[in-house]
Design a protein. Structure first.
Length: 303
């Protein structure tokens, strides 16, 4: 089993070593499984349980002060499952897998996705706040949330996606974004799987859904390649970034070349930042990003 994981593409993290250790542990856990779907779920589950990433515990906070999680999973036979806007669900990817394997649907949202999680024994009612998100949210002068989207929209207009409560980057310049979405791709020699999980982006309008649970955007898998993407979600969705990587692999490019070309195209089309990881059916791995940093880990084990 070969597993490649990522912890998001964005600014340089303040504590890269502990984050890298979690990524290594996630990749190792995935490589111990004998099935690609089990592998990506095992890997992503560890990342969802770490407050160092923007998924599960420690997810981003939306404009109404709520945390909602999204995820998507897909296999090389194009079986797919996705969920979005789930409050208090740590393991969003597990719910996406339920959608893929237990329902006739591809996408379930909100309270109905939470109810589905309950039915299949996935824990709900989880406190997803971390010390990091509590501190950042507490530093904001948040207006009373009365459910009026217009008021919230005006408040978040200059705050959406900013990495710090004051909307500034670590180097003091305005404009850095939270891109700590997590994902995994796996290959067992016979099959491929791709998965991505997120807590969204900092101070998105309540109810916002980004690229992660959208097929072909935050994740995609075909017989040629498995892909997980991370970065500026609206821009990733505009160009269906993960599908673009897989398409290049389907056209004959190896994984690294497919990833490089897709990120180059993404930058030209959007002027934004993103990153991708990919495993192709021939066992080649690739990763590419145009942000300041993107941490990944890879593990391979005979099964």
């Amino acid at each position: 089993m070969q597993v490649l994981v990522h912890g998001g593409a964005g600014g340089v993290p303040n504590e890269p070593e502990p984050r890298q250790a979690v990524l290594e542990r996630a990749a190792d856990a995935g490589s111990e499984r004998s099935d690609p779907v089990d592998a990506v779920e095992a890997a992503v589950s560890i990342l969802e349980s770490s407050p160092r990433f923007n998924a599960g515990v420690g997810s981003a906070v939306q404009s109404d002060g709520e945390i909602r999680t999204d995820a998507g999973i897909m296999t090389d036979d194009r079986a797919v499952g996705a969920v979005c806007s789930m409050p208090n669900v740590e393991h969003a990817l597990a719910v996406a897998r339920v959608v893929m394997e237990e329902t006739p649907h591809g996408f379930v949202s909100g309270e109905h996705a939470v109810a589905l999680a309950d039915r299949y024994g996935i824990e709900t009612g989880v406190d997803l706040w971390s010390d990091r998100t509590r501190d950042r949210w507490g530093d904001l002068e948040c207006p009373a949330n009365d459910g009026a989207p217009g008021d919230e929209l005006e408040w978040i207009r200059d705050r959406y996606g900013r990495a710090d409560p004051d909307g500034r980057r670590n180097d003091g310049r305005a404009g850095d974004l939270d891109h700590d979405t997590v994902g995994a791709v796996a290959l067992d020699g016979d099959g491929l799987a791709a998965a991505t999980s997120t807590g969204g982006r900092w101070l998105a309008l309540a109810g916002r859904v980004g690229d992660v649970p959208q097929v072909g955007c935050g994740f995609y898998c075909s017989p040629a390649a498995a892909v997980s993407a991370t970065g500026a979600g609206e821009d990733i969705a505009r160009v269906t970034l993960s599908r673009r990587v897989a398409s290049h692999a389907e056209g004959g490019l190896e994984a690294q070349a497919a990833a490089d070309l897709a990120i180059e195209e993404f930058a030209e089309l959007t002027g934004s930042t993103a990153g991708v990881i990919v495993l192709d059916a021939r066992g080649n791995a690739g990763l590419a990003f145009n942000s300041q940093a993107m941490q990944t880990a890879r593990a391979t084990r005979s099964t």
